[in-house]
Design a protein around this ligand. Structure first.
Ligand SMILES: Cc1cc2nc3c(=O)[nH]c(=O)nc-3n(C[C@H](O)[C@H](O)[C@H](O)COP(=O)(O)OP(=O)(O)OC[C@H]3O[C@@H](n4cnc5c(N)ncnc54)[C@H](O)[C@@H]3O)c2cc1C
Length: 583
């Protein structure tokens, strides 16, 4: 009898210890045993949650859900680890201009695209998503933004802190960034708020995902929190379609129950969610990928889907609407003194809806210039490169080469407008999920956006002229000269006005002519239009979208902190409902 009691106690203890082990044991990046190329995937598999897109939102979401369920994370790109152009700050420009950007080879971590407006951009194709290719600036959304989104403040703060423990750092702030910061304060972007992740009006130093050794940490590092036994991550796994049950009880409201994905060799695999109302498919494929995948799966504007030969599951005209991108306008400033290589570190949060940031060395400028040929290569609608454009390209390369030679040092001061209000839409070009969809952002269509840009440019000009910034500016170079240089670089493919002379006229015209992207595009599956406040897709069950596509405005000065936070936040909420339902 005693022996049986002892055996029971030992057995119970063993059970508790293994449970603790399975819930607490985590693995360190990059040695994840649960991460494999999709060629290793079985033809059919079953999970509690299937997450499409191992990006900025998807990684933290997967790690969180793995604490209470079996999770499959499907990412179309490879791992960011060991890839120098991803991990080092100096690789930022090269990454965006990677010439291996052929859509179907998927060898570059940034897939270039050109919006129908003519603005050159890129979307991530790598585990970690945008956080693996971006400029690294880390800054939270304002409490006002959080309240408008309807998120619970305390869980939001916990979720930010969870993210920050792994991926956020204080930047070094060397000479150029310090002079820029002091210039902002000198011209009245006040008060100076020091180093903070919080969004506060005035000038501040924000966080960065580059650590003290200059190494990038990405959302993929959040998978360190995952429970290895409950997590599977397949790389080079491109999801082609979501499958739905439409018969019997699901005839009125189809239920998402599986996905079809292909590995790098074209092998076809199916993954299903196990039976049970709480099990779900979650799309976290980003602002371009999520609406694109919904449409490819039959959820979208009926006429457009029919035109593309896609069987309509749910006529949902709002899928792909509200595509919004924050225009970026910048001035490159050649410097008499050496500058450090820096991406974004200090920011001016003005009271008129413009955020002012800076980068130095040629890294950031390179990203703009070198991404143009890469984007050009993959863009269907720009085959007819005219003579004027060729001339622009040539000039730009000469200019960039002179910077790269080290003959000329330079910094870049840029502005991004809040919101913005102008927005556009997304449509499919093809039925291939690896191809870019067509996106229109309608930059500066709304006058308020243009006014904000003009005010931002006025502030940038004041900073360039400020005493604090004087060591990084040749005094003999006029502001007009600097602006004219920008006007002559091939910053975009937007149609030029008929009377364009390539010289500076007004700031309004400058904003339009030199519009670029700061890559903070969002929308396409917005809350209240495509998904409900729990991020569940309207008119179907078992399907959510959780990522930047659900947002109405870019959070804070820069979105990645909030997108990572959202993955964690929604993961916590979904698990809470799962636990409540099981009781
Ligand atoms: C060049 C650049 C610079 C930026 N700089 C900053 C910055 O300094 N600070 C900042 O806060 N923000 C910055 N951003 C913006 C920020 O990185 C993005 O807003 C954010 O990463 C978006 O997150 P997401 O989860 O919505 O999408 P993503 O992070 O893009 O994740 C989507 C993931 O889904 C995958 N995917 C897509 N379709 C499929 C499919 N069919 N099958 C499988 N997988 C799929 C993609 O490969 C990707 O990994 C920058 C972005 C870029 C591109």
């Amino acid at each position: 009898m005693m022996d049986l009691e002892l055996w029971k106690i030992t057995f119970t203890l063993y059970g508790v210890i293994s449970l603790l082990y399975s819930t607490c044991y985590c693995e360190k990046a990059p040695n994840y045993s649960f991460m494999k190329p999709a060629t290793f995937a079985p033809q059919v598999s079953y999970f509690d949650y299937i997450i499409i897109g191992g990006g900025t939102a998807g990684c933290g979401l997967a790690a969180t859900l793995s604490k209470g369920a079996r999770v499959l994370l499907l990412e179309r790109g490879g791992a960011p680890y060991g890839n120098k152009i991803v991990e080092q700050m100096s690789g930022f420009g090269a990454n965006l201009g990677d010439s291996n950007s052929d859509n179907n080879l998927a060898t570059s971590t940034a897939q270039p695209f050109v919006s129908e407006d003519g603005v050159v951009s890129a979307r991530a194709r790598v585990l970690g998503g945008g956080s693996a290719v971006n400029a690294g600036f880390y800054s939270r959304a304002s409490p006002d933004y959080v309240a408008k989104a309807g998120w619970a403040g305390s869980l939001v703060n916990e979720s930010y802190a969870w993210v920050e423990k792994k991926v956020a750092f204080k930047p070094p702030m060397l000479e150029f960034q310090s002079a820029f910061r002091d210039g902002l304060v000198e011209v009245g972007v006040k008060p100076y708020n020091g180093f903070t992740y919080d969004h506060i009006e005035g000038t501040k130093i924000g966080g960065t995902i580059f650590d003290h050794n200059g190494k990038r940490h990405t959302a993929a590092d959040l998978l360190e929190y995952a429970t290895p036994d409950s997590t599977v991550v397949y790389l080079f796994a491109t999801v082609h379609k979501i499958m739905f049950q439409t018969k019997g009880q699901y005839s009125k409201k189809p239920r998402a129950h599986g996905v079809i994905f292909r590995d790098s060799k074209g092998g076809k695999h199916k993954a299903y969610v196990k039976a049970g109302e709480m099990n779900e498919i979650i799309i976290s494929a980003g602002a371009l990928g999520s609406p694109q995948l919904l449409m490819l799966s039959g959820i979208g504007p009926k006429a457009h889907l029919k035109e593309k030969g896609i069987q309509v599951l749910v006529d949902q005209p709002m899928v792909g609407q509200g595509m919004t991108d924050n225009p970026m306008n910048a001035v490159m400033i050649p410097s008499p003194n050496p500058v450090e290589i820096s991406l974004i570190q200090a920011v001016g949060i003005t009271d008129f809806g413009t955020y002012i940031e800076a980068a130095s060395g040629t890294t950031f400028a390179n990203s703009i210039i070198h991404s143009i040929p890469a984007a050009y290569k993959t863009s269907n609608n720009l085959q007819d490169k005219d003579q004027k454009t060729q001339l622009y390209d040539q000039k730009a390369h000469e200019f960039m080469n002179s910077l790269a030679d080290g003959k000329l040092y330079a910094g870049l001061i840029l502005e991004k407008i809040k919101g913005p209000i102008s927005s556009g839409h997304l449509l499919l070009k093809t039925k291939n999920p690896s191809d870019n969809p067509s996106v229109t952002f309608n930059y500066f269509k709304e006058k308020k956006d243009l006014n904000r840009c003009v005010k931002g440019m006025e502030t940038i000009i004041k900073v360039i002229k400020s005493k604090s910034f004087s060591q990084f500016r040749f005094s003999e170079l006029s502001i007009e000269g600097l602006l004219t240089t920008m006007l002559n670089l091939p910053l975009n493919r937007c149609p030029k006005p008929a009377n364009d002379t390539g010289t500076f006229t007004t700031l309004e015209q400058f904003c339009k002519d030199t519009v670029m992207t700061i890559w903070h595009y969002h929308g396409g599956c917005q809350v209240g239009r495509v998904v409900d406040k729990d991020y569940k897709v309207f008119n179907v069950s078992g399907l959510r979208v959780i990522d930047g596509s659900t947002l109405y405005a870019s959070p804070g000065t820069n979105p990645q902190a909030t997108v990572m936070m959202l993955g964690r936040y929604m993961g916590r909420r979904i698990l809470q409902s799962r636990i409540a339902a099981s009781k």
